[in-house]
Design a binder for this molecule. Structure first.
Ligand code: NAD
Ligand code: DAU
Length: 352
């Protein structure tokens, strides 16, 4: 058991986490990936189908709030590195239920930090606690770009909880000497994203000829990055990043929401052989998200120059791949929106 290097990845059954786990399991035969996920509505073992029986992958169903479980994982496996993605991730949900975001994103992160600290105490060499954060901690920016020096200014309960967890990660580095890295990424898109987020929600509604709810005037701007490019950035930063550093990750790919929705409409019309303009007729302007951040824009020059990562996937190519994936994975969409995947979990992991 001790021949392999144990890397604990949290949130590995979610959208980004499943891409990171797949990349690490396939690329690093010398690692054992311990994938800890409590399988909330957003976590789904179907996201990991290709690697479910892979010898490098061990799935552990559990909560990052469960300190006894965390301590037992660190005790059973000599964990060398943590890549922490588990979180409540949807801004709209955070506005309705901030407490849950504070529990998972803040307290859960503190418990994971404590477990790493108590296991690594006195032997920090070669260890790394890598925290996956978001550009939303910087707030909203009218002109220019967020750099790693931009002051933290979270504006939604989600980003407040992520900013707080970032501060705790840095505090554990400062107060206890824990080796830590933080990266802050812009909006991800691609296969396996839960259809509450803009791009998969719009695709799903277009396919089903349902209204396409555009918040406010649709003029808010986001910087979009293909999820596999984010997973590659996480790989590069985990292996080459310096302890104590923060790295911004972005796609240099800003879109107004309404322009993006219109582009998706034209891709779907072509793919479904609908008359041009059919999907766009479904666009419906709805009440704005409270406190809706106007623009996020990342300056990723540090990760490009110091780590050697850069985005590889063109937006039209990434969107085409994403739309094609959702069209050919309608069953996945049905499962995640109906709770069906919980039955899959029981079948695959409990009753066998
Ligand atoms: P997601 O909601 O798709 O997945 C989150 C995963 O965490 C799920 O599998 C869920 O079951 C698990 N989880 C939630 N609470 C847990 C708990 N208490 N214990 C164990 N597991 C738990 O999220 P995502 O979009 O893949 O985001 C992953 C991370 O990346 C988050 O930390 C998020 O803040 C960050 N991030 C996301 C984006 C984006 O565009 N999606 C961009 C930048 C940063
Ligand atoms: O910037 C990184 C962040 O991106 C991540 O940290 C978050 O986890 C992730 O959810 C995402 O946050 P956003 O709020 O930017 O993503 P969302 O997909 O919810 O919304 C994108 C934009 O589209 C935003 O301006 C709100 C708008 N929107 C969203 C939905 C769901 C709509 O107009 N209509 C919608 O139905």
């Amino acid at each position: 058991m001790n021949d392999k290097k144990n890397i604990l990845i949290t949130g590995g059954a979610g959208f980004i986490g499943s891409h990171v786990v797949r990349l690490f399991v396939e690329k690093y035969p010398q690692y054992r990936i311990l994938n800890l996920d409590s399988l909330t509505y957003a976590g789904n073992l179907e996201n990991l189908r290709e690697i479910e029986n892979h010898p490098n992958h061990k799935f552990i169903k559990g909560d990052i709030l469960d300190i006894e479980l965390l301590n037992s994982i660190f005790k059973e496996y000599p964990v060398q590195g943590v890549i922490h993605l588990a979180a409540e991730s949807h801004v709209d949900r955070s506005i309705h239920n901030p407490d849950e975001f504070a529990m998972t994103n803040i307290i859960g992160t503190i418990r994971l930090l404590k477990a790493a600290h108590s296991a690594w105490h006195g032997q920090m060499n070669g260890k790394m606690f890598y925290h996956i954060s978001t550009d939303e901690v910087y707030g909203s920016i009218a002109d220019g770009y967020f750099t790693e020096q931009t002051p933290i200014d979270p504006r939604s309960p989600y980003s407040a909880s992520k900013a707080s967890s970032d501060h705790f990660v840095q505090a554990f580095g400062n107060s206890y000497g824990l080796p830590t890295i933080i990266s802050r990424c812009s909006n991800n898109y691609g296969p396996y994203q839960f259809p509450e987020k803009l791009i998969p929600l719009m695709i799903n509604n277009m396919v089903n000829s349902k209204p396409l709810p555009v918040y406010g005037k649709g003029e808010n701007i986001r910087d979009w990055l293909y999820v596999e490019d984010h997973a590659k950035a996480i790989d590069a930063i985990f292996h080459k990043g310096k302890s104590g550093e923060v790295y911004n990750i972005g796609g240099n790919n800003e879109w107004k929401n309404i322009d993006l929705v219109k582009l998706l409409c034209s891709i779907i019309d072509k793919k479904l052989e609908r008359a041009d303009g059919t999907s766009a007729k479904l666009i419906t302007y709805v009440k704005d998200r409270p406190g809706h951040d106007m623009r996020y824009a990342i300056d990723a020059s540090k990760v490009i120059s110091e780590i050697g990562w850069r985005p590889e996937t063109d937006f039209p190519e990434g969107l085409e791949k994403t739309v094609a994936w959702y069209l050919s994975n309608q069953q996945w969409l049905q499962h995640v929106t109906s709770g069906e995947y919980l039955k899959y979990y029981d079948k695959m992991y409990v009753n066998r």
